[in-house]
Design a protein. Structure first.
Length: 271
């Protein structure tokens, strides 16, 4: 599981292979790591690592015995939490590791893991992320349009910057420069994130016309959007594709990411 706190500008993870500090056992180190996480903590049933609940994906048992994604963690009954990528999940399904882990989480082996579970999760996470952008748009915390975003950026009011996957490189670059100037970080690599969604998809999600760039002017709104996007992008995994705009996570560099967004129908309790 990746260290999301580092991606948000938090504490840097220890180098690969680093040992626990002298005098501290692995169990004590794991406990200290859990205590450093804000909010409720859950354990990934596949990796065994702990993370904040909003960073993980809950799997729940539907009345018909199917295992379905419950990304809003509202479905009743027992659930199992995962924090792995789609590729890692597909491997776990193929090797039977997910079935065993869920049997322990559900306290029963009477369930069905469908072949399209990874696609269901991908779609649910995408829908959740786009819904979050739509909510912030309706609450007035979100800007669209290059001129409005550039003005907010230069005045230091911008907290997050996103682009459609088909946004022009020139448009992304100009807004990134305005953001760096307004935040006093000229010369840094601060820039926006190109989302794995085209203009029509973002326009539909926000209920606006021709959405190419998105800016968030409220810190809390930016955090909410970041968490929703983080789960989606982490799950679909790093799969670089050619896009016109350079990409970076909020305030730091990152690779562009894409994934299967096959349309599926999922009961609302499991979205």
């Amino acid at each position: 599981m990746r260290n999301r706190d580092n991606e948000r500008g938090g504490v840097k993870p220890a180098p690969a292979g680093a040992q626990a500090p002298r005098g501290r056992s692995p169990r004590e180190s794991a406990k200290a790591a859990r205590e450093s996480i804000d909010g409720p903590v859950r354990r990934c049933i596949l990796s065994g690592e702990h993370d904040a609940r909003p960073h993980l994906i809950r799997l729940a048992l539907a009345p018909d015995g199917r295992v379905l994604p419950d990304v809003r963690a509202k479905a009743p009954g027992r659930g199992g939490w995962i924090g792995v990528t789609r590729a890692e999940l597909e491997t776990a399904i193929a090797k039977g590791r997910l079935k065993g882990a869920l049997a322990r989480a559900f306290k029963t082996g009477e369930f069905v893991i469908s072949d399209d579970l990874p696609a269901l999760i991908t779609t649910a996470l995408e829908r959740n992320a786009l819904d979050r952008l739509g909510l912030e748009s309706r609450s007035g915390m979100l800007l669209t349009g290059s001129d409005k975003i550039a003005t907010a950026a230069r005045s230091g009011q911008l907290h997050a910057l996103y682009h459609a996957s088909d946004a022009s490189d020139d448009g992304c670059r100009k807004l990134a420069q305005a953001w760096r100037v307004g935040s006093g970080r000229e010369g840094s690599d601060l820039k926006g994130l190109a989302l794995p969604a085209t203009r029509p998809i973002l326009s539909l999600a926000l209920g606006r016309e021709n959405v190419v760039h998105i800016g968030l002017t409220d810190r809390n709104a930016a955090k909410r959007v970041s968490e929703a996007l983080d789960r989606w992008l982490h799950f679909i995994g790093p799969d670089p594709v050619a896009t016109p705009c350079e990409t970076a996570s909020q305030g730091a560099s990152a690779s562009d990411i894409t994934g299967d967004r096959t349309a599926v129908t999922v009961h609302e309790d499991f979205e």
